[in-house]
Ligand binder design. Structure first.
Ligand code: ASP
Length: 588
């Protein structure tokens, strides 16, 4: 449907974005192109709010131009139109302070309807009134909202900043393949069957890890890429099957070089939203992080730390506590400032939550006029714990007596759940360093890499690799922001022999090693410089920049938490012919 109210042949070229019309345009003619936000027919004057990516401006149609008015009556929300007219200040008292263009309006002289639109499934407005599933199905309508337009502009700006910053530091942006071989990052691979070589498969990269290391061997000593990665992970709320990383690798680098570079990059990216973040970012070892925060992703915008009361616990007469400590357990505590008013039933709920987190329960201790506790404690015993916690009247102390591996994560989770509301505003970055190289994989029932198998161990721990693998520390680091892991990396193994040893400890046979990593091991033998790198979760960074709660909001075409694309309906079944061509047959 096209319709124009004028026979003028002037082409419909935008002269200014609707959202950018300002008083200084008054008196001048403008051509606006965009969508109808709403149309209000006042039975005389008719108003159309015209929206484009920069915002909304009001166009006015008056009875003085009856033909134009009639045409304007036909438009409906989300019609695509052009309006040519003259900008004028709004009448006194009619200015709208809520709109950036609210001091002016456009007196319409010409209207073109480029296209009609069906009634949209929800209104294009912030805050949106539609359920997320509906918004994902009609993503293109959802994305018309001003807040989405802002988000994707922010994403663009963050990407541009990244490119400019890293290029400025001498990094080259180099692409790596998507149709490739498995690169282990702890998830399942997405496989792509080969038509030409039936029965053979490409894997989509979980990360460009082996390629970026290969680029170091190839002499490109500073590499980066803003790159898509694919991981077929178990469904978790904040995971996407495909996501974007800022991937970085550099030769002859030690950990300090990576920290410096990343601190600078993050500070630069945060300038996009006008924030000045302080660098260098603080650092915690993995062990410190676990001891103080019960997690390797500590939210440092929450001040409270977990305290070790094991020594004090040993002085208590409580049978329960003694028993736990007698079998190698610990007593750890968390102070909830001003928490004495938390009701009995809420304390019970906290106890239940701790049980869900694997602990036996939670001991509470509070002091208003006198000590009260869920554990039988004498006054001096209570005082001993209280003073160690540096608690004062009206505080609450939560204690967990258990194995450290249970007590710490339980208190760590309670710390965040109970104290997040009182967290400080701002950006609490921290590096977490010195991770263990291996951990016990419950699913695999064998030792697995904490990061990936290319991570270099601490030099001084190498002698213990075979004998006590779980005590070996890695030259690995994560960057954490307000409790979110936003990046991670390591100094790599550049020694062929050491790399083989690691594969062996991971339980790979010679043949498996050869099949999976043959090309890479071969390459390592041809003059590999020492190197290291990092990858930053670009979606998560943009999510934090945009103040969103979910990465789905900052991914243009995201999948649901159950890995469906509601827009296209993928994944879909394929026909016999396509399967045949690939040499595949589906199990009945
Ligand atoms: N490849 C790693 C990852 O995707 C990051 C790195 O080690 O550079 O998590």
């Amino acid at each position: 449907m096209t319709d124009t109210t004028s026979s003028r042949t002037q082409p419909w070229k935008r002269t200014v974005y609707a959202g950018l019309v300002r008083p200084e345009h008054a008196g001048g003619e403008v051509t606006l192109l965009g969508w109808v936000q709403r149309q209000r027919d006042m039975g005389g004057l008719l108003f159309i709010d015209l929206r484009d990516r920069e915002g909304i401006v009001q166009a006015v149609f008056s009875p003085e131009r009856p033909e134009l008015l009639e045409a304007a009556k036909k438009v409906r929300p989300e019609y695509v139109i052009g309006v040519r007219g003259v900008v004028r200040p709004r009448a006194a008292g009619a200015a709208n302070a809520e709109m950036a263009t609210g001091e002016v309006e456009v007196e319409a002289r010409e209207l073109k309807i480029f296209n009609a639109a069906k009634v949209p499934p929800f209104q294009v407005a912030d805050p949106v009134q539609a359920a997320e599933e509906l918004r994902m199905k009609y993503r293109y309508i959802d994305m018309r909202r001003p807040s989405r337009q802002r988000t994707f502009r922010l994403r663009h700006q963050a990407a541009q900043r990244t490119r400019a910053f890293l290029s400025g530091q001498g990094f080259l942006e180099i692409e790596t393949p998507f149709l490739t071989k498995s690169t282990p990052e702890g998830a399942r691979d997405y496989l792509v069957p080969s038509r030409i070589y039936k029965g053979r498969f490409y894997a989509l990269p979980q990360s460009p890890q082996q390629f970026k290391q290969t680029l170091m061997i190839a002499g490109f000593d500073r590499y980066f890429q803003i790159v898509r990665c694919f991981r077929d992970e178990d469904l978790r709320a904040e995971r996407q099957p495909e996501f974007t990383q800022i991937d970085i690798e550099m030769s002859f680098a030690d950990r300090e070089d990576i920290y410096d570079l990343t601190d600078g990059l993050m500070a630069d990216i945060f300038e996009v939203i006008g924030e000045k973040v302080e660098t260098p970012f603080p650092r915690l070892t993995y062990q410190e992080s676990m001891d103080r925060y019960g997690t390797d992703k500590p939210d440092l915008s929450i001040r409270a730390q977990i305290a070790d009361l094991t020594a004090e616990g040993a002085e208590l007469s409580s049978e329960i506590v003694r028993q736990v400590l007698g079998t190698g357990g610990v007593l750890r505590g968390l102070k909830i400032g001003g928490g004495a008013g938390i009701s009995r039933s809420q304390l019970d709920k906290i106890g239940d939550r701790a049980k869900c987190l694997g602990a036996q329960g939670v001991i509470w201790l509070k002091k208003q006029t006198e000590f009260k506790s869920s554990l039988k404690l004498s006054e001096p015993e209570a005082r001993l714990l209280w003073e160690k916690m540096e608690a004062k009247d009206e505080d609450l102390v939560l204690l967990v007596a258990d194995k450290a591996a249970v007590a710490l994560p339980a208190l760590g989770a309670l710390r965040v759940e109970l104290l997040r509301a009182g967290a400080e505003k701002g950006w609490a970055f921290t590096w977490v360093t010195d991770f263990p190289l291996f951990e016990w994989g419950n699913e695999e029932q064998k030792i697995v890499s904490v990061h990936h198998p290319f991570t270099s161990p601490f030099e001084e721990d190498i002698p213990h690799l075979e004998t006590e693998p779980l005590r070996v520390r890695a030259r690995a680091y994560d960057l954490v922001l307000n409790g979110y892991e936003i990046g991670g990396g390591s100094i790599r193994i550049h020694d062929f022999g050491l790399q083989r040893r690691i594969f062996k400890i991971l339980g790979l046979s010679e043949k498996e090693t050869e099949d999976k990593f043959g090309f890479f091991l071969e390459a390592l033998g041809y003059g590999t410089p020492p190197h290291g790198g990092i990858a930053m979760g670009f979606d998560r960074i943009v999510m934090l920049l945009a103040g969103e709660e979910s990465i789905r909001e900052v991914i243009p075409f995201p999948k649901t938490t159950s890995a469906l694309c509601l827009l296209t309906g993928s994944p879909t079944e394929v026909g016999e012919k396509q399967l045949d061509e690939l040499g595949l047959q589906l199990k009945k």
